[in-house]
Design a protein around this ligand. Structure first.
Ligand SMILES: [Zn+2]
Length: 528
């Protein structure tokens, strides 16, 4: 156990100006924070001369749900970035709850984002939390409950709103999760089956979350042409439900929307905030997004069919008719962004591995195809939809504008199902902000960035004793050189751990030295 960290630059996570000082730790918590230089030595003292002392970073938007349960390496990628607490269950996508009838389809659907989920016999979110609690965890691990999972468990992948009975079932799943300590409810309205639900369905689930003062997060119906209507939709739902709202990975996709749509959406949020509604957002510092190939297939193509339809002549024809035209109320990313900006990041079948890391346009060129649409449909059918894609869909100016909003916190949106070449945000989102935004381009101060990574996300997730350096708070702490901390993952070569953090403490114990884990048992399950 570390007793004292001294002579560092205290950046306390609240956004206030850093100052020279130190802190004392007792029983895993910070007992005192003090100004000025001091003298002390011993194996339980860290002299942080020239280094920043900050709270451990908190990533409220990751997709580690399955990874945390089964992979003993869980925590390595995170701790290398200074992340000591993570919240999963985002974008409505989750393995729990599930039901016997639809479990297989649900696990298949989430695999490109969350990784492969084995059969466990567990159904409920509360069972998932209990299973996590029995595992040694390298970092603190919590979760939202996914509205998509609740709806799927209640009704399956049907293209209609829920019946009253199904709605009651879905709400009971949300309640089970909130009682088990979920930090809130995540919507993924862009995805099946949520895109078919009624407003009443959504308000009912959001209300159940609000009853426990959980946060509602939302991957919106549309992030391109329909961004503004989608923001309006979720603000309305949360207003009626009386729920606090955090908009997930806030951005404007589609080349024609760059530099304009985001301003309209920001104005709408500012208006709601001005009226006293709790509305915030989070964002990752990259111009490319990652998702599953399924989100590129217009819903109008598959209505009434399963994925194998895309491999048929008729399905190919239908796909070609639909994928190149603007669709009402649904973001057609292929149409608005183009095949040349759509990169396949992971496939499951051995024979298709050669496409990983290439844009669909590049692949078409190699295969000498005039139009890759039919090939793409066949690939989706063959891989049963289990294809990770990276879409270079955003403008750098928009991304900077969003990240510097005073109500935007930093997230990774790290996906673990991406196969060979995952999105670099999984490995580098937090250090990238400190390197790129703070050190190199100087468009954010150190204290602003740390606030967006600590105090701000802790408040949203209701983590009352984390995110700040203050007496009484858990001693989750980073000590790093602000000139050295850096991300190394790029779109071309993403599996590169970040570096530059001298010490990371969890509960007052050293969890990592030089950005590498030295203990794998210091984390706990986070319950709201
Ligand atoms: Zn999402």
């Amino acid at each position: 156990m570390i007793r004292k960290i001294i002579n560092g630059i205290i950046c306390d996570g609240s956004g206030r100006k850093p100052y020279l000082g130190g802190l004392e730790i007792e029983d895993g918590r910070i007992s005192r924070v003090f100004y000025g230089p001091s003298r002390d030595e011993g194996p339980d003292v860290i002299d942080a001369h020239g280094k920043v002392i900050s709270p451990g970073f908190i990533d409220i938007h990751r997709h580690h749900d399955i990874k945390a349960l089964y992979d003993p390496s869980f925590g390595e990628i995170e701790i290398a970035q200074g992340i000591t607490s993570v919240i999963g269950g985002n974008c409505g996508l989750a393995a729990f709850p599930n039901c016997d009838r639809t479990r297989e389809a649900q696990f298949r659907y989430i695999e490109p984002c969350l990784g492969k989920m084995p059969e466990t016999g567990m159904h409920l979110f509360s069972e998932y939390m209990d299973a996590l609690a029995k595992k040694p965890l390298a970092i603190n691990t919590g979760s939202l409950v996914g509205a998509g999972a609740c709806a799927t468990a209640a009704m399956g992948y049907l293209t209609r709103p829920m019946t009253e009975e199904e709605r009651a079932k879905a709400v009971s799943y949300v309640e089970d999760a909130m009682k088990a300590g979920a930090v809130g409810l995540s919507f993924g309205i862009m995805y099946e089956p949520e895109c078919w639900l009624s407003r009443e369905d959504q308000i009912a689930m959001a209300s159940a979350c609000a009853k426990y003062d959980g946060i509602v997060t939302c991957h919106m119906r549309g992030e391109g042409d329909s961004l503004v209507e989608s923001v309006r939709e979720i603000i309305g739902i949360c207003r009626e439900a009386g729920a606090r709202l955090n908009i997930s990975h806030f951005k404007a996709t589609g080349v024609r929307n760059w530099g304009s749509k985001i301003d309209e959406a920001i104005a709408l949020i500012e208006e709601a905030r001005g009226q006293g509604q709790y509305v915030t957002c989070d964002a990752y510092p990259y111009t490319g997004g990652a998702t599953t190939a399924l989100s590129l297939i217009p819903p109008s193509v598959l209505e009434g069919h399963d994925l194998s339809y895309l491999g048929t002549e008729e399905g190919a024809k239908k796909l070609r008719e639909e994928i190149y035209r603007k669709q009402d109320g649904w973001d057609n990313m292929v149409e608005s962004i183009g095949w040349e900006r759509t990169v396949i990041s992971g496939v499951t079948l051995e024979k298709n591995q050669w496409v990983s890391g290439k844009s669909v346009a590049e692949i078409a060129k190699e295969l000498e195809l005039d139009d890759p649409c039919k090939w793409f449909g066949q690939l989706v059918a063959e891989e049963e939809g289990k294809i990770g894609v990276i879409i270079m869909s955003m403008s750098a100016e928009d991304v900077d504008k969003v990240l510097t909003l005073p109500w935007a916190c930093v997230i990774s949106d790290g996906l673990y199902g991406g196969g060979g070449n995952p999105h670099p945000r999984l490995y580098g989102a937090f250090p990238k902000v400190l390197r790129d935004y703070v050190r190199e381009r100087r468009i954010m101060t150190l204290e602003e960035a740390i606030h967006k990574m600590c105090g701000m996300p802790a408040e949203r997730a209701g983590l009352k004793d984390r995110g700040l350096l203050k007496a009484g708070m858990k001693a989750d702490i980073n000590v790093f050189d602000p000139e050295k901390i850096r991300d190394r993952a790029t779109f071309a070569d993403s599996r590169q751990l970040s570096e530059g953090i001298d010490y990371t403490l969890i509960g007052g114990e050293i969890a990592a030295k030089d950005s590498r884990l030295v203990r794998r048992d210091l984390g706990c399950v986070l319950r709201r």
